[in-house]
Design a binder for this molecule. Structure first.
Ligand SMILES: *[C@@H]1O[C@H](CO)[C@@H](O)[C@H](O)[C@H]1NC(C)=O
Ligand SMILES: *[C@@H]1O[C@H](CO)[C@@H](O)[C@H](O)[C@H]1NC(C)=O
Ligand SMILES: *[C@@H]1O[C@H](CO)[C@@H](O)[C@H](O)[C@H]1NC(C)=O
Ligand SMILES: *[C@@H]1O[C@H](CO)[C@@H](O)[C@H](O)[C@H]1NC(C)=O
Ligand SMILES: *[C@@H]1O[C@H](CO)[C@@H](O)[C@H](O)[C@H]1NC(C)=O
Length: 430
């Protein structure tokens, strides 16, 4: 009797131990091999059993008053909004765009929010056809800037390729502007002369100090996706769609642009003549632009010079060229480094389907006010014209939406639909 009880107790203890071990083992396995959503969960997440295109933006309108998603969202058919508590993205819609299944996500502003929302997408990579992040950005007024330190402070650079607000960069590359080691006295050593190159002790190449700052990995999948969008901007459909933006450009951007370059002309003594009539945005490709990200909303020629240097370094790593700060413009945004960190890391895993991606950034503002000469080699910046973020951001959102929508229009035509079935007009703002 006693023996039997002991045996049962022992068996019970052993049994408990065995099942405890089994549970622990299972938990360890789950922790090492993160549980993936099963295909049915991914299909529910994206509302599709076939691969979808991901379109992602940052701002729901919190900053400029206009959501970066507003125009695409308006054309999204069979729309379904995911419950807020079901996704780390600020907002996530599923639907069809010109007959193609898409997910339109608003990540929220900043690289962390963008990376988290992107990770939610990578968990279901089997269902992702491609990934386009689009949004607004601050640009140099022209290639190589109006001023360059140290070597061209005696006279302003004459007109090179100037930026008109609404111009668009299409590139899979990004770099973190924040990655710099310098003291305040080094960085601002030339103050108040804005024709000064800020001194730094280390820049974005030094990963031991900052982690990865430069995302310049050249993959054929990413450049192929960028090439598809670039080809769309050279199509007759794009020319027609973009020309429709002329009244909007004339009403909101032209007076500002005219004043900006007239002030630059007056302040530099160098002529920056008026532009021809607006017919659509100029497009920069991935040999000319990388997204320069910062969580410091900077303005001013010195910061912009550093940005051009980082942009040149990134493009040289990506494309093997020999560019300097004299050869590029900055395209200053926030989220690219977060998206690239998430996607490059995901794509480097073994045995997963690669997600191809690119960024589409529209010029919503100039990254410095018009400079004027205060003495031999010394410069300051005007307070005018005053930027109007509301109208300028809205216009940039119109041009980048036109790039994205024309790409889908062409995909719609490519599968044999009629021109009228694939046509669209950019919706009016709600
Ligand atoms: C662990 O659980 C499995 C069933 O899931 C069972 O076959 C096995 O015997 C258990 N192992 C131990 C040590 O109890
Ligand atoms: C944008 O998202 C934030 C955070 O979820 C929310 O507080 C805000 O109301 C949203 N704004 C708009 C215009 O939807
Ligand atoms: C816009 O302004 C240009 C001059 O820059 C002019 O040629 C064109 O006709 C204007 N278009 C509209 C629709 O007002
Ligand atoms: C870069 O510039 C240097 C100096 O001008 C030149 O010697 C070199 O050939 C260039 N390299 C490339 C890849 O263009
Ligand atoms: C960037 O600036 C550093 C000095 O801070 C310089 O050594 C380097 O050559 C510059 N690189 C480019 C690509 O302009």
């Amino acid at each position: 009797m006693f023996l039997r009880v002991l045996c049962i107790l022992l068996l019970g203890v052993l049994g408990a131990k065995a099942s405890f071990f089994n549970k622990t083992q299972a938990a360890i396995e789950e922790a090492i091999y993160l549980p993936k959503p099963i295909p049915a969960q991914c299909a529910a997440r994206f509302n599709s059993v076939k691969p979808i295109s991901v379109l992602m933006v940052a701002d729901n309108g919190t900053f400029s008053g206009t959501s970066e998603a507003v125009f695409v969202l308006d054309l999204l058919q069979s729309q379904n909004q995911a419950p807020a508590a079901s996704t780390p993205c600020q907002d996530l819609y599923t639907g069809t765009l010109f007959g193609e299944k898409v997910v339109l996500a608003i990540s929220g502003i900043g690289p962390e929010a963008a990376a988290l929302c992107t990770t939610y997408i990578t968990a279901c990579a089997e269902l992702v056809k491609d990934f386009i992040y689009f949004g607004t950005s601050g640009w140099s007024a022209q290639t190589g800037g109006i001023l360059n330190a140290p070597s061209s402070c005696a006279a302003a650079n004459g007109p090179t390729t100037r930026t008109r607000l609404g111009d668009v960069a299409i590139t899979p590359y990004s770099v973190n502007w924040q990655c710099k080691l310098a003291s305040w006295t080094e960085q601002c050593t030339g103050f108040p002369n804005v024709c000064t190159y800020p001194i730094e002790e280390a820049g974005p190449i030094v990963t031991s100090l900052y982690g990865q700052c430069i995302f310049s990995q050249k993959t054929s999948a990413n450049t192929a996706l960028s090439d598809e969008l670039l080809a769309a901007t050279r199509s007759s459909q794009f020319a027609a769609n973009a020309l429709l933006l002329q009244p909007s450009f004339n009403a909101t951007i032209l007076p500002y642009e005219t004043e900006y370059f007239a002030t630059t002309t007056a302040g530099t003594g160098v002529a920056y003549p008026p532009f021809p009539a607006y017919t659509g945005p100029a497009i920069l490709d991935y040999t000319q632009a990388a997204e320069l990200d910062a969580q410091f909303f900077f303005s001013g020629t010195p910061w912009e010079m550093v940005g051009r240097n980082y942009t040149a370094q990134t493009l040289n790593l990506a494309n093997g060229g020999n560019l300097t700060q004299y050869d590029v413009k900055i395209v200053n945004a926030e989220e690219g480094v977060g998206v690239s960190a998430a996607l490059d890391l995901y794509n480097s895993l073994e045995g997963v389907p690669e997600i191809k991606y690119t960024f589409v950034r529209g010029a919503s503002d100039y990254s410095y006010q018009p400079p004027y000469k205060t003495g031999p080699g010394t410069w300051a910046e005007s307070a005018t014209p005053a930027a109007n973020f509301d109208t300028q951001y809205t216009f940039a959102i119109q041009t980048i939406s036109t790039v994205v929508l024309t790409t889908f229009q062409l995909r719609c035509l490519a599968v044999g639909n009629s021109a009228s079935a694939c046509a669209y007009t950019l919706p009016a703002l709600p």
